[in-house]
Ligand binder design. Structure first.
Ligand SMILES: NC(=O)c1ccc[n+]([C@@H]2O[C@H](COP(=O)([O-])OP(=O)(O)OC[C@H]3O[C@@H](n4cnc5c(N)ncnc54)[C@H](OP(=O)(O)O)[C@@H]3O)[C@@H](O)[C@H]2O)c1
Length: 345
């Protein structure tokens, strides 16, 4: 199949909008396009490659007329729509957390585990937008010298929560600057001029669900079930791009020079690391870019032979839409975008 008919579900959302841009930029071969969102958006017109498309509801009939569905909606909605699409013979690339840890669902970062796409049974998932940059930064080292322990602290932008959180940060910034009452709906606290050490709900072990995802998804993608991982995920008042401070121990000692040599030239990774010139990755520079940026690479002063580094990436692009489109490209390249058999995932 050289030009699949594509459905974008969640086309009006933060990720769906970027997915349309990425399909255009990468010249993805689209044999037909259907755009879907909730009832609220039905009839809205969205332009793609110079043509207007009307937003529709995602129905079994619509999926039956498509080969590939890129689904970017909440996990709850995905749980309904993805199996519906698969039952109609559509292959689904899902951005939500709904299916990521299911054994029959490949969880893919193409630069790391592209071959996993071949095992799909209809649904493939992209990882969480903090997991992807961490795995991208560590894989060039890990593949020859496995990571044993990772401590990750994130600084996550509001667009990671979706378009409503972006609107809320804008509104709260104005409210706070003008001395008005600040309204918080998307997060448990005001996010403007604040940081919130909670991303998603808390679990019994004191970690949040986002922190659990970073741990479990990293192990699945890298096929490394024994890595010890502790994450603290923090929401910051940044519009786009997630940042993370990583402290990593490998089986054998790694010097910062070795790490740079291994990362240099790895597809999708760019090193920005010139402390004397105050050059390091920042969210404001990563926004709108597909690369994952790494800097501040140094020895972890608390453990000889371990590394500390700083990683930044656009959560809407490599953290979501770009990774999903790369998976679609990988399916096409490998001839694995076949009309699937319903498997009730
Ligand atoms: N944002 C990120 O950085 C990021 C990164 C990785 C993964 N993800 C995941 O990607 C998914 C989408 O995130 P987002 O940030 O794009 O959220 P968002 O901005 O809130 O967009 C949600 C989209 O879902 C649509 N939708 C809601 N209910 C629907 C329904 N019943 N049927 C069809 N469409 C429906 C919305 O349509 P309306 O406009 O009509 O409401 C909107 O297009 C989430 O699962 C998220 O966890 C997000």
């Amino acid at each position: 199949m050289s030009e699949p008919r594509v459905a974008i579900v969640g086309a009006t959302g933060a990720v769906g909008q970027v997915a349309l841009q990425v399909l255009e930029e990468r010249n993805f071969p689209v044999g037909g396009l259907r755009l879907c969102a909730s009832e609220r958006s039905v009839g809205q017109r969205i332009s793609f490659r110079g043509r207007d498309y009307e937003v529709e509801l995602a129905t079994p009939q619509l999926f039956a007329e498509c080969d590939l569905a890129l689904i970017s909606v909440s996990a709850a909605v995905s749980r309904d729509l993805a199996p519906m699409a698969v039952a109609q013979g559509c292959v689904v690339i899902d951005d939500s957390s709904a299916f990521r840890m299911q054994p029959n669902v490949p969880l893919v970062v193409p630069e790391v585990n592209a071959a996993d796409v071949e095992a799909h049974e209809g649904i493939l998932s992209i990882p969480n937008c903090s997991t992807t940059p961490m795995v991208m930064a560590l894989w060039p080292i890990h593949r020859s010298n496995p990571a044993r322990r990772i401590v990750a602290d994130t600084y996550q932008s509001v667009s990671g929560t979706g378009k409503a959180a972006v609107a809320e940060l804008r509104a709260q910034s104005t409210q706070a600057l003008e001395g008005q009452r600040v309204f918080a709906e998307q997060y448990p606290h005001q996010i403007a001029f604040n940081v919130i050490p909670q991303v998603e709900g808390f679990l019994d072990d004191g970690y949040t669900n986002e922190e659990r995802k970073m741990r479990e998804e990293t192990r699945k993608i890298m096929h490394a079930p024994a890595i010890a991982i502790s994450a603290t995920c923090v929401r910051v008042p940044v519009m786009v791009s997630h940042s993370e401070a990583l402290h990593v121990e490998f089986e054998r000692p790694v010097s910062p020079q070795d790490a740079r040599a291994l990362m240099d030239g790895f597809p999708g990774l760019t090193i920005v690391d010139d402390p004397a010139a105050s050059a390091y990755p920042m969210p404001i520079d990563a926004q709108g870019r597909d690369e994952v940026y790494v800097g501040r690479i140094r020895e972890d002063s608390s453990r000889s032979g371990a590394l500390a580094m700083w990683v930044v990436s656009d959560n809407l692009r490599k953290g979501a839409a770009t990774n999903a489109v790369q998976i679609a490209e990988e399916l096409l390249r490998r001839g694995a975008l076949l009309r699937s058999v319903a498997h009730g995932a």
